[in-house]
Design a protein around this ligand. Structure first.
Ligand SMILES: [Zn+2]
Length: 291
């Protein structure tokens, strides 16, 4: 494994890197992946755009669960992996981060620029009038409309959804758009069954095609939404490094592949490549241990 980490470090050292990150990067922040290390989908099925827009009961269920799940997402803090990416970016080695995550943790860690491929849970859009508002504001309105609504949340999913009994869902009152009064509100994230806005996709292809290397972090590349960038890079002869626990559907395109937890690999890479940056506490410990 040391040899493969050396190879990733070698790629990063040349700069011009575009990072493509997925749910595996946020698991250390308490936001579980849809898929375990085995890559097998868990029982939770994400909301589809068709169900959300076509079925009022599904929409009520979504908002009831999301209202509770949001507290976990809003409380989540960036982990050592996010911090390491930000350090590599500030050191000039990473040009941009494209993330499939909707938790805002790259930005919270200080990364910039970040393209949130699938949007962000901290914003809400009206599907009728297009008004875009802060999730915090919707959270306040949902609390007012649902006094005393709370439940013991057993599991939160990466899209901020939680598991919740039907009886509790039935009591929940969703709210409509405050501007046009009747519009359907939706978190400003790309649901399954929905396409990423074309301008955003084009911007990501542009970043990838100008990259000297692409570094995939914590994504099984199961959905084409992210995998297409890896395929494009490989077709253009741009080296692709993948760091992920478990196999990915992009492995065939990878120049180098590290199968290990990101919480160990990324701080090590950042320590090696940004020696003058201040070390995080865990990074300092690791450096001493390696001696
Ligand atoms: Zn509206």
């Amino acid at each position: 494994m040391t040899q493969t980490i050396d190879a990733v470090a070698g790629l990063l050292a040349g700069g011009g890197v575009v990072v493509l990150s997925g749910a595996g990067l946020s698991t250390d922040s308490g936001i579980p992946d849809y898929r375990g290390p085995s890559g097998v989908a868990r029982r939770h099925t994400p909301m589809t755009f068709q169900a959300f827009t076509g079925d009022p009961a599904a929409r009520r269920r979504y908002w009831a669960r999301s209202h509770l799940g949001w507290r976990t997402i809003a409380r989540a803090a960036p982990n050592d992996g996010h911090a390491a990416v930000a350090r590599l970016q500030h050191a000039g080695l990473v040009d941009a981060v494209i993330t499939q995550n909707v938790d805002g943790l790259h930005t919270a860690a200080g990364s910039t620029p970040v393209v949130e491929l699938h949007g962000s849970l901290d914003a809400v859009v009206c599907l009728d009038c297009g008004d875009r508002t802060a999730r915090e504001e919707l959270d306040r309105r949902l609390r007012e409309a649902n006094p005393g609504f709370s439940a013991t949340v057993a599991a939160v999913n990466p899209d901020g959804d939680v598991d919740l009994p039907d009886a509790q869902v039935a009591r929940f009152r969703p709210v409509d758009c405050e501007r046009c009064r009747t519009g359907m509100l939706k978190p400003d994230v790309v649901f399954f069954g929905e396409t990423v806005p074309p301008a955003r996709v084009a911007a990501c292809f542009d970043l990838v095609q100008r990259a000297r290397a692409v570094l995939v972090l914590g994504s099984s590349l199961t959905v084409m939404s992210g995998r297409r960038f890896v395929i494009r890079a490989a077709k253009q002869g741009i080296p692709v490094a993948i760091v992920n626990q478990g196999p990915t559907r992009g492995d065939g395109y990878a120049t180098v592949r590290v199968d290990a937890p990101l919480g160990g690999v990324l701080p090590e890479l950042a320590d090696r490549l940004t020696p003058h940056a201040p070390l995080a506490a865990s990074g300092a410990d690791a450096a001493v241990t390696r001696g």
